[in-house]
Design a protein around this ligand. Structure first.
Ligand SMILES: *[C@@H]1O[C@H](CO)[C@@H](O)[C@H](O)[C@H]1NC(C)=O
Ligand SMILES: *[C@@H]1O[C@H](CO)[C@@H](O)[C@H](O)[C@H]1NC(C)=O
Length: 188
């Protein structure tokens, strides 16, 4: 009789001993799952709301007639002028003759300039002086300038130099407008 009574007690204690920690683990797991699911749901809703909002600023980072590339806007002139007058033209548009930060900028303008040479914002005070960009930063070794002129332009084979009084097309650059949704903006 003692044994008969002992069994339920034994099973009971055994079960509650097993159920205690595993039940708690199960609740923890369910709570974690619920939390992860809630976070995912909130993220999904946030994305959906954003996607359906009107975005008139989309891809309007550069003025009409300018081309955007890597955070800058580029203007390729139709007129031709000497280097100083070209810079004045860019300046009148709130820009400067083109400044390159990377070789990608150089290849980009090379692709867009067509067949005519274009002045860029790179000059030097004399043949023995270093090349400097319009923003006063010295030109890195990445940009080799051919020729012995004091003003640089984009030629068919990269950067070249000549007398500053020569008449050429020109390229201006200015920073692109900050667009919070620029990840969604496709620029050329
Ligand atoms: C812009 O360039 C033209 C020549 O193409 C020149 O006549 C004009 O004066 C320039 N404008 C400025 C503001 O320098
Ligand atoms: C550049 O052009 C402008 C306007 O066309 C002129 O006034 C100026 O003297 C020229 N400068 C050089 C260095 O040729």
């Amino acid at each position: 009789m003692d044994e008969m009574r002992a069994y339920p007690t034994f099973w009971g204690t055994e079960r509650s001993r097993r159920e205690g920690p595993s039940h708690r683990a199960c609740i923890t797991f369910q709570l974690t799952l619920a939390a992860v699911f809630t976070v995912l749901l909130i993220t999904a809703v946030a994305f959906a709301v954003q996607a359906f909002q009107p975005h008139p600023q989309l891809c309007a980072q550069c003025p009409f007639d300018w081309v955007g590339f890597r955070g800058k806007c580029y203007y390729f002139s139709e007129d031709e002028s000497n280097w100083t007058s070209s810079q004045n033209n860019c300046s009148a548009l709130g820009a400067s003759l083109a400044v390159f930060d990377s070789t990608e900028d150089l290849s980009f303008t090379m692709r867009h300039k067509g067949s005519s040479p274009h002045w860029v914002g790179l000059s030097r005070e004399g043949e023995e002086h270093p090349w400097k960009w319009m923003n006063h930063s010295p030109s890195s070794h990445l940009f080799q300038v051919q020729g012995d002129g004091l003003c640089a332009y984009l030629g068919d084979f990269g950067l070249s130099s000549s007398h500053c009084s020569a008449h050429r097309n020109w390229v201006c650059t200015k920073p692109a407008l900050q667009n919070p949704r620029k990840n969604f903006c496709i620029s050329t």
